[in-house]
Design a protein around this ligand. Structure first.
Ligand code: THU
Length: 161
């Protein structure tokens, strides 16, 4: 016999930037600026991420590519690791992600490795990281916790049962 189980993710879609709070709008703007500083000569896919710490400090990152492709790193982890290396007790409250070159209403969401890195940080700080994914059409897709992007995930609880 088999039983069916379902996993659902609920998130908000804001119609326009003006619907965001001032701090969230600032974060999207910082992520947009960061995208312009990306080093992506191979993919030409410029990604910007900006995060806010509980202290209010805003930090950003972008993708940094390499001729040896796997050596490259995504914008989300650049921002996250920069923040946590400087602030080991830091608490990330929100991260905004922007890819200006992608048109339309479909948000670019973090890759699998970045989802795992964000999940690790949620466990480390024992609180959720909100995600704001801005699209070129102006909508902003908001997830309450980034772990929602990684259902049935692997985490430290399996290593220390
Ligand atoms: N990339 C990111 O920086 N973040 C994402 O969420 C998706 C992909 C980067 C990695 C690589 O430099 C380029 O975009 C194309 O995959």
């Amino acid at each position: 016999m088999a039983t069916s189980r379902s996993l659902t993710v609920t998130y908000l879609v804001h119609d326009v930037m003006a619907d965001l709070s001032d701090p969230d709008r600032e974060l999207v703007q910082e992520a947009t600026s960061a995208a312009a500083r990306a080093y992506a000569p191979y993919s030409r896919f410029h990604v910007g991420a900006a995060l806010r710490l509980a202290t209010g400090e805003v930090m950003s990152g972008n993708n940094q590519e390499n001729a040896s492709f796997p050596a490259g790193i995504c914008a989300e982890r650049t921002a996250l690791h920069a923040a946590m290396s400087g602030h080991p007790q830091g608490v990330v409250t929100t991260m905004a992600i922007v890819v200006p070159s992608v048109s339309g209403d479909r948000p670019v969401s973090p890759c699998g490795i970045c989802r795992q890195a964000l999940l690790e940080q949620e466990h480390r700080q024992r609180s959720p990281i909100r995600l704001l994914m801005a699209t070129s059409s102006g909508t902003i897709h908001e997830l309450e916790r980034s772990g929602d992007l990684l259902p049935l995930s692997f985490d430290a609880s399996f290593l220390n049962p």
